[in-house]
Ligand binder design. Structure first.
Ligand SMILES: Cc1cc2nc3c(=O)[nH]c(=O)nc-3n(C[C@H](O)[C@H](O)[C@H](O)COP(=O)(O)OP(=O)(O)OC[C@H]3O[C@@H](n4cnc5c(N)ncnc54)[C@H](O)[C@@H]3O)c2cc1C
Length: 403
């Protein structure tokens, strides 16, 4: 269980950022064992619950705080500087919350479930990946079977991060056994409902080890109302794609920022030792700072772009928007890895070694997952098709040039 001696120390009267600062301290203390043992960061997840940080993006009328994308992304960045796995868990939870908050408000079942998420601080996981389809989000082999207002589903889910620790899983499936592979729905499967999870593979990986993204055979049955009323194609296009790429990029930015901070501390220490000499790492530090700034600019612009597009359904579903939000994923995953690599060049052997104040090995391993978390090649290939049908928007601000 968690190490929280005084749960009341995390008061919901504080701002979400202040509450997250307390969680960050707990995550930073646990990060080395989480990474080494590849264990779920239970104390951090408990602290997120005590700090009531799991329901912050649920609409206020349903018991949450109605935080928007920018505020949530900032929380993810905070946590990622302490523990990449914890931040990715929090990011993935918030992606599921965004699907609920965007597409669940018209359904009584989903409204009641959102109240539960806020009241009970439920942790949500995702099962989109499936044996036989790889990272193709918009394809399912399994199907829900609906009869007498009940559904049943069996999914061979190759990766469900923290599946064993989640309070609910949002799973994609075909709409019916005779539906096309891309004719999908999404269904909410609470852990306390009629469902079973049989572990089929263990997550023993290079990085992001604490996400415990094991493979499971997921079997579930329940009320057909648990299925989102909107088709998954709309959920993916209007909320999931953007929130995934934004919250993932926030995680990678936070990891890169912490590696940069370690490199900066290294250079400062060298400068203190020889006050009249510019340390050799200082030049590379400037290079890393420029890349980090670039990542931040791209992320902030993408959040702004998403928040603007949310006011206009046509824009949100447009080819141009999808291409832009895909670009964020590919660029930030590559840039984060590059910043951490340069941080290691600056810190040298002390960065390469584990257990020094300048260690960046965990950062390097964690960010390598970014390029394969929905393969960059697959995303580039999707975007290349979109670019055949769209024009690059060269205007610097929201309104068209000359307007
Ligand atoms: C840390 C982490 C956590 C995750 N958590 C979850 C989770 O909670 N739930 C979940 O459902 N999934 C999760 N995933 C899985 C992830 O979302 C994808 O399902 C997974 O990355 C698929 O990867 P793949 O390499 O097996 O398959 P593929 O996407 O099939 O890729 C395999 C290879 O084929 C190539 N390739 C495939 N398609 C194309 C194409 N069109 N063009 C060019 N090249 C192509 C790729 O370059 C790649 O090398 C997680 C992944 C990571 C890294």
């Amino acid at each position: 269980m968690g190490k929280i001696s005084d749960p009341l120390a995390l008061s919901p009267a504080e701002s979400a950022a202040d509450r997250m600062a307390r969680v960050v301290a707990i995550a930073a203390e646990a990060v080395d064992t989480v990474d080494r043992e590849g264990r779920f960061p239970l104390e951090t997840a408990e602290a997120l619950k005590h700090g009531r940080l799991l329901g912050v993006a649920i609409p206020a009328e349903l018991g949450g705080e109605g935080l928007g994308t920018a505020a949530v992304a900032d929380l993810v960045v905070q946590l990622a500087q302490a523990c990449g796995s914890s931040a990715m868990v929090y990011a993935m939870h918030q992606i599921q919350v965004s699907s609920l908050a965007t597409h669940g408000v018209t359904s009584e079942w989903h409204r009641a479930f959102m109240r539960r998420v806020a009241d009970e601080q439920l942790l949500l996981a995702s099962a989109t990946s499936e044996a036989g389809i790889g990272g193709n989000l918009r394809n399912s082999i399994c199907a829900v079977e609906v009869a007498d207002r009940r559904f049943s589903l069996t999914k061979d889910a190759t990766v469900i991060s923290y599946g064993a620790n989640a309070d609910a899983i949002l799973a994609t499936a075909r709409r019916a056994p005779d539906a096309a592979h891309s004719d999908q729905v999404m269904v909410v499967i609470p852990a306390d409902s009629d469902r079973s999870l049989e572990r089929k593979s263990v997550w023993d990986t290079l990085g992001m080890r604490g996400t415990c993204s094991d493979g499971f055979l997921l079997t579930a049955a329940g009320d057909a109302a648990q299925i989102f009323p909107k088709p998954f194609s709309e959920i993916a296009a209007q909320s999931m794609l953007a929130s995934s790429h934004i919250y993932w990029a926030a995680t990678w930015f936070g990891i890169a920022a912490d590696a940069f901070a370690r490199a900066q501390a290294f250079v400062k220490a060298a400068a203190r030792k020889q006050p009249n000499v510019t340390p050799p790492g200082a030049l590379r530090l400037s290079e890393a700072a420029a890349m980090l700034q670039e990542m931040k600019g791209h992320l902030v612009a993408a959040i702004h772009r998403f928040e603007t597009a949310q006011q206009d359904d046509d824009d949100l579903s447009s080819i141009g928007f999808a291409a832009e939000i895909n670009a964020l994923k590919v660029a930030s995953s590559e840039k984060a890895a590059e910043v951490v690599r340069v941080a290691m060049l600056i810190t040298g052997i002390l960065g390469y070694k584990n257990g020094t104040p300048f260690s960046v090995g965990r950062h390097l391993r964690d960010v390598t997952s970014a390029a394969v978390m929905i393969s960059n090649d697959r995303i580039l290939s999707n975007t290349s098709t979109l670019l055949l049908m769209s024009r690059f928007d060269t205007s610097l601000f929201d309104s068209p040039r000359g307007a």
